[in-house]
Design a protein. Structure first.
Length: 432
């Protein structure tokens, strides 16, 4: 339930529905002109009451918007007031999180939400559960750069080592595009249950994917006592190797033959595509985690990142192998890509007009992907994900590569069988 005007919720819902092509259950506190000036506290308390009474969810997320943040709303206080007035709904967890849309980006807001979920649902002082040393459970904190397809691949990767992944948040279980028996539902389907989040302390370890989640990881480690292993991304040979070695160490099992085969397939794809990716001039635009993942992957296969545009500042950007990194928007990307003669653009669907004006291909990545069916299911992580990304880049390059026009001699016999007129020449000289 977004705390803001109806337009704030509708705007976000449009992007989510167009990207995932799934119904997205969102509610709003419907702030209007009067409540924006006077007070919208009752909107929040009444909204929570109605949701608990009618839908009976396990968890309600309560993010703020630019309007309520400008008003200065204290949502944690409103949740406490709701608890005082309506103790009958104590079994429903409410997760308040401050997410002003004029600060940061999707990635930073996503990270704040993950941190708020841990803070709310994993009580302080819980500590590590006694059976954790014998557990096969592996916690996974998943950054916003990971698609439902990525999370599905990561879960299979972990299960191949005999471990049981608990992913927070688990978009694969809720937004992977499967059909359901119900015609409609007011609640999100799937995902990680509340009880599973409360049981994160029973894991043998935690893997953190995306540097944007380091604060959430610090909180989880402090609350649960579970050791963690942190990865900036899982795109490309080096990143995949590091993750595979870590899973082998945690599980105490050798690398499965299927994983080794996938690695060999990626290596073969790197050989097959190196003529297309080597020295390829690339322009990137994305949130920081994804930007660094794509930049390191493409630089690792010989590409040259001639310009990179991030949506907000982040520590991870210092590791981006790019000649030019700036905080900006897609206009900055287009101008820099034109000046640096980029041969391909990697960005979300909003960059399609820029790629068209630049007359270069666009590899769609990130959020939103509203003009590419199945973008939400695209797998980037893992050996297979990197392999497919290489194939796609190579095919885009070949599809946009313009060959030198065929030279037709003026002395060639025409299609009508008549020889073209001879150019003046010395007598007896034969022309071919």
């Amino acid at each position: 339930m977004l705390h803001g005007s109806q337009g704030c919720t509708a705007f976000g819902k449009v992007f989510l529905v167009r990207h995932f092509r799934e119904p997205i259950p969102l509610q709003t506190t419907a702030m209007d002109q009067v409540s924006s000036i006077m007070s919208a506290d009752e909107n929040v308390i009444e909204g929570l009451r109605v949701l608990c009474e009618k839908s009976r969810p396990e968890i309600i997320g309560l993010p703020t918007t630019g309007l309520s943040e400008t008003q200065g709303c204290d949502v944690p206080r409103l949740v406490r007031e709701f608890r005082r007035r309506h103790p009958q709904f104590s079994t429903t967890a409410v997760v308040p999180v401050n997410t002003p849309d004029y600060s940061g980006c999707l990635e930073s807001g996503f990270a704040l939400a993950v941190e708020a979920i841990i803070d709310t649902l994993l009580p302080a002082g819980a500590g590590r559960q006694p059976a954790a040393c014998r557990s096969r459970q592996l916690n996974v904190l998943a950054s916003s750069m990971l698609t439902p397809g990525d999370i599905e691949a990561i879960k299979g990767w972990i299960e191949a080592f005999g471990l049981q992944p608990v992913v927070l948040p688990d978009l694969d279980d809720s937004l992977d595009g499967h059909l359901i028996d119900q015609d409609s539902t007011p609640l999100t389907l799937g995902g990680t249950p509340k009880a599973a989040i409360a049981g994160l302390g029973g894991a043998v370890a935690t893997v953190v994917i995306g540097r944007s989640l380091h604060k959430a990881a610090d909180l989880l480690q402090a609350r649960s006592g579970v050791p963690d292993f942190r990865f900036d991304h899982l795109l490309g040979l080096d990143a995949c190797d590091a993750f595979t070695v870590t899973l082998a160490e945690i599980s105490g099992q050798p690398v499965p033959p299927a994983i080794e085969r996938q690695r060999a397939q990626l290596q073969d794809a790197m050989v097959d595509t190196h003529f297309m990716t080597g020295s390829l001039r690339i322009g990137l635009a994305a949130d920081p985690d994804l930007l660094v993942a794509l930049g390191q992957f493409l630089a690792g296969v010989g590409g040259e990142i001639v310009t990179a545009v991030a949506s907000t500042r982040a520590e991870v950007l210092a590791d981006l192998p790019a000649a030019c990194v700036c905080i900006g928007d897609l206009e900055d990307l287009e101008c820099a890509a034109r000046a640096q003669r980029a041969q391909i653009i990697v960005a979300n669907s909003h960059a399609a007009p820029s790629a068209q004006r630049l007359q270069v291909p666009l590899l769609r990545a990130g959020f939103p992907l509203y003009d590419w069916v199945g973008g939400y299911a695209r797998t980037w992580a893992g050996y297979r994900g990197a392999r497919q990304a290489l194939f796609d880049i190579a095919n885009l390059f070949l599809g946009s590569h313009h060959d030198i026009p065929v030279h037709r001699s003026i002395y060639r016999v025409g299609d009508d069988g008549d020889a073209p007129p001879r150019a003046p020449s010395d007598a007896g000289l034969v022309h071919h």
